[in-house]
Design a protein around this ligand. Structure first.
Ligand code: IPM
Ligand code: MG
Length: 353
């Protein structure tokens, strides 16, 4: 099994180190792997002048799965758009056709106090957001800034083809079928034609999934419902931009974005796995970052790309044990628990394995 490792920027390298140690600890247990490390994001810009170098593209294509830390940082914020670290991420998603982004938001009981919402509103929360990742206004043409009547006009295009909607819809229905059998499709059909088509296609697909209850919600209402009564949701499916926004919102219901993994899959379950959080430049290199989202991303990789459900569960259960035993990095720390750094958290997970 070939894993392409892209540590990236900021805290990326240090959290990746812990995820790799966890995978190493599982080696042999039905799981043998090779690692090829490559550059992406700001560190790639520094070394090669581009955020997604040819060598990285080659390594990513040759691998079965890609494990990514995080990209970006203030150092690269003023570069031209083409050289911004985020471009590296958008390029790899598009090039590898990673259209299905799975973003779970799970509240671990031990962390109920970390949420800014009342414990009774979020206790037991377990939502999966399925975000389309290679279409929509993120990639639509035309786009740009042009001169019109003596002033600058900025424009982007929200566009979805029927086939793009259908393939993400299927992923979402399949996911709902394996969980609580409830799927909420989020759109803005009262204003945007592209999302009217989205809703129509979702309804068409639902004929093949009579066991899954499909509902629809306008995105503004969905944003409100997520903080009002988030437990009404099981699986949510939405487009690239709405999914970007709603998944950040959902992650905060759990109190710490430092806990949440994600998977971006193609049609054959080749995937890119990364924590949902960013590169946290303010704490980079200090050994303070929470490695659990990256470790849980490695678990998702074992589940979705390598079909190793038992090993994925071993990692997830180890994380639960470590939380139950009171280990906390700074982002999830509260009085009475044991504050640890990045490496100690990795050690604790390995011991729990
Ligand atoms: C995400 C991020 C990216 C996105 C950025 C870094 C390009 O916010 O993965 O949610 O907008 O998709
Ligand atoms: Mg985002």
């Amino acid at each position: 099994m070939k894993i392409c490792v892209l540590p990236g920027d900021g805290i990326g390298p240090e959290i990746m180190e812990q995820a790799l140690r966890v995978l190493e600890a599982l080696r042999g247990d039905g799981f043998n792997f090779e690692v090829e490390t490559a550059l992406i994001g700001g560190s790639a810009v520094d070394a090669t002048g581009t955020p997604y170098p040819e060598a990285t593209s080659k390594a990513a294509k040759a691998a079965d799965a890609i494990l990514l830390g995080a990209v970006g940082g203030p150092k690269w914020d003023t570069l031209p758009r083409e050289q911004r670290p985020e471009r590296g991420l958008l390029a790899i998603r598009k090039e590898l056709n990673l259209f299905a982004n799975l973003r779970p938001a799970i509240l671990y009981p031990e962390l109920a106090n970390a949420s800014t919402l009342k414990p009774e509103v979020v206790a037991g929360l377990d939502i999966l957001i399925v975000r389309e990742l290679t279409g929509d206004i993120y990639f639509g043409q035309p786009r740009g800034v042009r001169e019109e009547n003596g002033e600058r006009v900025g424009f982007n295009t929200m566009v979805y083809s029927e086939s793009e909607i259908r393939r993400i819809g299927k992923v979402a229905f399949e996911a709902a079928r394996k969980r609580g059998k409830k799927l909420c499709s989020v759109d803005k059909m009262n204003v945007l034609e592209a999302t009217q088509l989205w809703r129509d296609v979702m309804i068409e697909i639902s004929a093949d999934y009579p066991d899954v209850e499909l509902s629809h919600m306008l995105v503004d209402n969905a944003a409100m419902q997520l903080v009002r009564a988030p437990k009404q949701f099981d699986v949510m499916v939405t487009g690239n931009m709405f999914g970007d926004i709603l998944s950040d919102e959902a992650s905060m219901l759990t109190g710490s974005i430092g806990m949440l993994p994600s998977a971006s899959l193609d049609a054959n379950n080749k995937g890119l796995y990364e924590p949902s959080h960013g590169s946290a430049p303010d704490i980079a290199g200090k050994g303070l970052a929470n490695p659990l989202a990256t470790i849980l991303s490695a678990a998702m990789m074992l589940r979705y790309t390598f079909n190793l459900e038992a090993q994925a569960l071993r990692i997830e259960n180890a994380v639960k044990k470590v939380l139950a035993a009171g280990y906390r990095t700074g982002d999830i720390y509260e009085a009475g628990t044991r504050r640890v750094g990045t490496k100690e958290m990795g050690d604790a997970v390995i011991a729990a394995l």
